[in-house]
Design a protein around this ligand. Structure first.
Ligand code: IPE
Ligand code: IPE
Ligand code: MG
Length: 264
């Protein structure tokens, strides 16, 4: 109910959230890229006496709301952590449910992605996904490839360390083929071999669900991201909570190893 209400409100200009209005947020610096570790689905369900799967199902609605809100704010990239390389360790029933859910969401939301101008980019080890999920993932990427409002990277069977291994192999292959010399290897060459090639690094990383760790997400790319941890479980994360996170980001001073502005 509250989510639906917020969804309506966020569409109007004069809406004020509990702390910041959408219009106010737009006056400040908007992170070009926001990374989200969508955590706390299971606990959200448990608190309500529901199966963990209900938490995952509800988490999809949060992502839809946050993507819509991000497009309105002017964020260009969202990277959503939906399944890690470590999540295969979960009970087979939960893994099966999640795989089916990914396939259903890609299928069901395809029209919406196109209507909203969402380019979907699925990142991770695609070859370990069930065939049906992989095919649907490839189809969604192909069909949404020219959309321009916002790019949503769906990190699926994604691991930061796995990505770094793939990057190392890519660079080694170029060196072996004499397309690149050892001296030419620099940060831009590394970034170009990652799943996020040609995208800016996330300026803000949001982790709901109460845990304060990275869990193998975007290890290279978040070197200078502002970290925002929240107790709210992901299924309860609304546009309002998201705007609060952006407001917090806007209040931070990003120094990148330099000194505070105006200091001598
Ligand atoms: C995140 O929620 C979703 C996935 C990892 C797939 P969790 O399922 O980890 O929820 P908690 O952390 O157990 O509450
Ligand atoms: C991180 O959450 C992965 C995703 C949200 C997809 P986890 O629930 O798997 O992380 P840990 O196990 O608490 O570190
Ligand atoms: Mg978790």
């Amino acid at each position: 109910m509250l989510k639906k209400l917020m969804k309506k409100l966020v569409g109007t200009k004069e809406v004020t959230t509990s702390k910041q209005s959408l219009a106010e947020i737009k006056q400040g610096p908007i992170p070009e890229h926001v990374a989200i570790i969508m955590d706390g689905n299971g606990r959200w369900a448990k608190q309500r006496g529901l199966p963990r799967t209900a938490g995952h199902q509800s988490g999809v609605e949060s992502l839809k709301e946050i993507v819509e809100c991000s497009a309105k704010i002017g964020i260009d990239y969202i990277t959503a952590y939906t399944f890690s390389t470590e999540n295969w360790k979960r009970p087979q029933k939960e893994v099966n449910f999640l795989m089916k859910l990914f396939q259903q969401v890609f299928e069901k939301e395809l029209d919406r992605f196109n209507q909203q101008g969402v380019k979907v980019n699925i990142i991770g080890y695609k070859d370990r996904l069930p065939d049906s999920v992989r095919k649907m993932a490839e189809e969604v990427m192909e069909i949404t490839a020219d959309n321009q409002t916002i790019t949503v990277n769906i990190a699926l069977d994604y691991g930061g360390r796995a990505e770094i291994i793939e990057m190392a192999k890519g660079i080694a292959a170029k060196v072996k083929a004499e397309q690149l010399s050892l001296e030419e290897i620099d940060e831009s060459q590394v970034a170009a071999e990652l799943y996020t090639a040609n995208q800016p690094d996330p300026a803000l990383l949001i982790r709901p669900g109460g845990e304060e760790r990275i869990s193998n997400f975007l290890l290279w790319q978040i070197a200078y991201a502002e970290l925002y941890f929240s107790q709210t479980c992901w299924p309860d994360f609304t546009a309002e909570t998201f705007i609060e996170a952006i407001a917090e980001f806007q209040s931070r001073e990003r120094r990148f190893g330099g000194l505070k502005k105006g200091r001598c």
